[in-house]
Design a binder for this molecule. Sequence first.
Ligand SMILES: Nc1ncnc2c1ncn2[C@@H]1O[C@H](COP(=O)(O)OP(=O)(O)O)[C@@H](O)[C@H]1O
Ligand SMILES: [Mg+2]
Length: 361
Amino acid sequence: KKLTVGVCVMEKKAFSAPMLEILQRLEAFGEFEIVHFGDKVILEEPIQSWPICQCLIAFYSTGFPLEKAEAYASLRKSFLVNELGQQHLLHDRRKVYERLEMFGVPVPRYALVNREYPNQELDYFIEEEDFVEVHGNRFLKPFVEKPVEGDDHSIMIYYPSAAGGGMKELFRKVGNRSSEFHPEVRRVRREGSYIYEEFMPTGGTDVKVYTVGPEYAHAEARKSPVVDGVVMRNPDGKEVRYPVLLTPTEKQISRELCIAFRQAVCGFDLLRCEGKSYVCDVNGWSFVKNSYKYYDDAACVLRKMFLDARAPHLSTTMPPILPWKIKEPVQQSEGLTRQGSGIIGTFGQSEELRCVIAIIR
Ligand SMILES: Nc1ncnc2c1ncn2[C@@H]1O[C@H](COP(=O)(O)OP(=O)(O)O)[C@@H](O)[C@H]1O
Ligand SMILES: [Mg+2]
């Protein structure tokens, strides 16, 4: 009997290229039945009539009824890759930072300015030409201003008058732009609640990290929108990414973050600044795009996660050949033999690295 894995996410996410790639690989193991809920069921059907699944992939995206999915998960006691209750935290940058700090993850120095109504006067908030002060904590320009809502990506950076002043607004990519400089703006926003934080100079690169469980993380670097707002693209139109190796400290951060938010599949942003790394953003469920190595790895890690959670009696040992690779055309390795190995012609497919021995003097 196969384990049922429910995909309870909006169709836009369920049918995204990386999701399909990874689900296809999961299915190839032969141990799982993938059940797509679909928008109609998620939005219109009562949870009692949703398909019954032992394992559940469920995460918030625009239009997703998070509470309803929570009710379903507790009704069916499904194993969740990413816990639903904790996904509420991701909507509020204040809660994200609070949780990161609780788990000892470094975040930029920050302060909160909460307003109950637009332009509310606050006695603890002072604004001068070159700094703001919140409860006596001073943030010299350049500083960063972020709306408290996690889904609001209008982030502003204010520059010191000595550098000519002005403000840079960052936003979600529109074509090939991701930020715009406004030389005339000198005053901060007053209409809502914001986080003020120190600007961490990174040399112009963001590190994007994608976890699949606490033991696995893929990282890549991209040009920061802060640089000039021009999105660098390859000839194929995809944003340019650079390979990154995480330091042991950063790997530990990934692990803690994954556990702190109970989101096995989780994307977040790291700022590398003066030899230290800070988390400035946690995005929840997010897959790497266009990396077959990552798709393979993610499928293997998810498989183990599902089996451990719902079929611990089954072996989670990996087959020597990944089941989806069999279908790929097998390279004929003519003349390539290994003396004494006994495996002629199949060399390169059924080998498995068992051990690395190093002698270090
Ligand atoms: N404290 C900071 N110092 C320097 N750059 C920052 C800081 N916070 C954010 N940024 C830059 O702004 C970008 C967007 O900020 P982020 O917090 O990730 O918000 P979003 O939700 O829009 O992704 C980051 O990728 C990073 O380049
Ligand atoms: Mg971000």
